[in-house]
Design a protein around this ligand. Structure first.
Ligand code: FES
Ligand SMILES: [Fe+2]
Length: 384
């Protein structure tokens, strides 16, 4: 028997889920709405794992910065005068207010509450009316530094004081699978942000659910896809997956508006691949575009999904480029709107007293791999 210990709630029996996929059932409904489970996720996953927080071109020039909250933790990312990337706890050393908000370009940050000033390296460089505070030495004060790293044009951070592994170790399998996309040569065209009334894991699972595509999405992209049994899920470390399959570009008539990306010029028109980077990122590629998605929990029953639409740098100067991007943007919004109707219904369904987790199809092998890793991380690996 395998159980997850959760405070203020009965132990969650996940034995049926962690069986081999052919014998397994879906996860207990509480996984998708329990506050106690959400607290475990925060501590055991989001405050321990390497997390993708954006593209390097979003903080490209000296002085560029961006802010975010990750499971409530305020984070500030800056590029300093020397062009180095930094990540800090966006928590003022005086009383804890977020010293920066949104994104932009700055030479320094002035806390909006009492105006303590910080430079781009997080050093406290000014604090008025503090001379009489005995023993207070502003020169020794610095925002808490977070671990930060880069790969393929992406920024990753880790909220743990001492991460259990390096970013390179975390990415080991994914680098081999995804290097062919040369994402470092791509650039962010558009970013679509969706705040959804659904647990973040439903979005993660939905993105690797090849079982639903020819049903739910038949009238959009489903009819342009190969049969679902042609999706060989390769199972990777830490709950990661990689699959290469056949699918047409993500436009209304499934024809590329650009042609092939230089990195994929030797691949067929129906090239597609998809990879789950644990814990919350899905890199999806077509012949002409890579559109990774990152899913963030914002509460036990709400989440934010960010779609990064990437294109080769050299395409950005083409005439009509912005109009073409809008076609891709609108189409991905349409497809995700189809998914959202199902995820809303899932969120409601798992709270029903009549919900009993059903058996998995072997087409759900990827979801099963992710769920098992998730349960290991939040404590379900222990035999009771
Ligand atoms: S909380 Fe930032 S200066 Fe007071
Ligand atoms: Fe879908």
């Amino acid at each position: 028997m395998k159980v997850i210990e959760i405070k203020d709630a009965a132990r969650l029996d996940v034995t049926a889920t962690v069986q081999p996929v052919e014998a397994a059932s879906h996860a207990p409904g509480e996984i998708y709405y329990s506050d106690a489970v959400y607290q475990l996720e925060k501590e055991q996953i989001f405050k321990k794992d390497w997390l993708c927080v954006g593209r390097v071109e979003e903080v490209e020039k000296p002085g560029d910065y961006t802010t975010m909250r990750i499971v409530g933790e305020p984070v500030l990312i800056t590029r300093n005068a020397k062009g180095e990337l930094n990540a800090f706890a966006n928590v003022c050393l005086h009383r804890g207010v977020e010293i920066a908000s949104g994104d932009g370009n700055a030479e320094f940050f002035s806390c909006p509450y009492h105006a303590w000033n910080y430079d781009l390296d997080g050093n406290l460089v000014g604090a008025s009316f503090m001379r009489e505070s005995v023993g207070f030495d502003s020169k020794s004060c610095k925002l808490k530094t977070l671990h930060v790293g880069q790969w393929a044009g992406w920024i990753f951070i880790n909220l743990a004081p001492q991460p259990a592994m390096t970013l390179e170790e975390h990415l080991r399998d994914y680098v081999g699978d995804l290097s062919m996309l040369k994402m470092e040569n791509l650039r962010l065209g558009t970013k679509v942000v969706l705040d959804l009334p659904t647990n973040w894991k439903f979005v993660v699972e939905n993105l690797m659910d090849v079982y639903h595509v020819r049903t739910l999405h038949y009238n959009s992209f489903g009819k342009h896809r190969g049969p679902p049994e042609n999706f060989p899920f390769l199972l990777r470390q830490h709950g990661g997956t990689f699959t290469r399959y056949e699918a047409r570009p993500m436009t209304p008539d499934a024809v590329s508006l650009f042609g092939k990306m230089p990195a994929l010029e030797h691949e067929p028109e129906n090239f597609a691949c998809s990879s789950h980077l644990s814990p919350n990122m899905q890199v999806i590629a077509r012949i002409d575009n890579v559109h990774p998605l990152v899913m963030w929990p914002t509460s036990p029953t709400t989440s934010r999904t960010i779609v990064y639409n990437l294109y080769p740098k050299e395409w950005f100067d083409q005439p009509g480029f912005a109009d073409k991007l809008k076609v891709y943007d609108d189409y991905i919004r349409l497809v995700l709107a189809e998914d959202v109707t199902m995820m809303n219904s899932l969120q409601n369904g798992v709270t029903s007293g009549n919900y009993v987790p059903g058996r998995l199809s072997t087409l759900e092998r990827g979801i099963h791999h992710v769920l098992k890793d998730y349960m290991d991380k939040i404590g379900g690996a222990k035999a009771a």
